[in-house]
Design a protein around this ligand. Structure first.
Ligand code: MF3
Ligand code: CO
Ligand code: CO
Length: 270
């Protein structure tokens, strides 16, 4: 049930209260725990349908609800995006191959609160260029989170991510963005992963949103396949993504989707 505590800024961004951080932490931790537990199931020969089936079971076992099953007609508990798939890859019967890099994105609902997180996995042996892409994407997200504090703007977050990714001769996807969340899945603002410092809405304590940069080794353009979900790089270059759900505190940001076992960074699985 939607409560109407708190207020909404002139840009339509809800300001949550101190108590609400606890709910987000529970939901975020479950999403992150599922991403921890799925790591052992990502290997050469595995199908993404089986990975999704396991995730569905983990959500059920936790007594939670998948936010993605039934969302705009989507039918799975995860998005699984391999190599040049940028995001919203649909789980299926294709087997993972040696060297595939894989983003798994899970959103759960616990007591009405949404936890949304994604990270990268590797099947088999990681190539040097994929390793660099994954490292840069991870670090770009963390730099975005560093910029997430009261008084800074959403442009500061996008700027931090863009400057870093482009300094590494990689590109930032423009066609998808992060989003407000809380008691809803997607709400204002759009959190762009590029931009100019000092532009956009000013961050305030109590804002909840995701940062989820998609970074490409080649050009930033994407297209959506005929299934209406799968987004790929137009130039077929490799793409990586990491996502955290965060809440703005008095002097920075609290990450709701921290990995309980410290497995967020994929070198763990290599
Ligand atoms: N979890 C994705 C996000 O980060 C949204 C997936 S919607 C789905 O916002 F329907 F594709 F699952
Ligand atoms: Co998201
Ligand atoms: Co997500």
């Amino acid at each position: 049930m939607q409560t109407n505590k708190g207020r909404v800024t002139k840009d339509g961004i809800r300001i949550y209260e101190a108590d609400d951080f606890a709910g987000m932490n529970v939901a975020g931790r479950l999403a992150a725990q599922i991403l921890d537990d799925i790591a052992a199931h990502v290997f050469v020969g595995q199908t993404t349908a089986e990975v999704d089936r396991l995730i569905t079971q983990m959500v059920v076992d936790a007594g939670a609800t998948s936010a993605t099953i039934g969302y705009k007609g989507y039918q799975h508990a995860s998005c699984i995006s391999i190599n040049h798939v940028v995001c919203h890859g649909i789980p299926g019967e294709k087997q993972l191959k040696d060297g595939d890099i894989v983003n798994i994105d899970v959103t759960v609902i616990v007591d009405g609160w949404f936890g949304d997180t994604s990270r990268m996995y590797v099947a088999g042996k990681l190539s040097r260029k994929a390793e660099r892409l994954i490292q840069v994407t991870h670090d770009a997200l963390m730099m975005g989170i560093e910029a997430a504090k009261p008084g800074n703007t959403f442009g500061d977050i996008g700027h931090a991510i863009q400057v870093y990714a482009e300094s590494q001769r990689m590109s930032v996807v423009r066609d998808f963005c992060g989003h407000g969340l809380g008691r809803v899945f997607h709400s204002p603002p759009n959190v762009l992963h590029y931009g100019r410092a000092g532009t956009g809405s000013v961050l305030e304590e109590g804002m909840f949103f995701t940062i989820e940069p998609m970074i490409n080794l080649g050009r930033p353009e994407t297209k959506v396949l005929a299934d209406d979900w799968t987004a790929v790089t137009r130039d077929k270059s490799l793409s990586a993504q990491f996502e955290h759900s965060i809440g703005i505190t008095a002097n920075g940001a609290e990450i709701f989707t921290l990995s309980p076992s410290g497995k967020f960074h994929p070198t763990y699985t290599v």
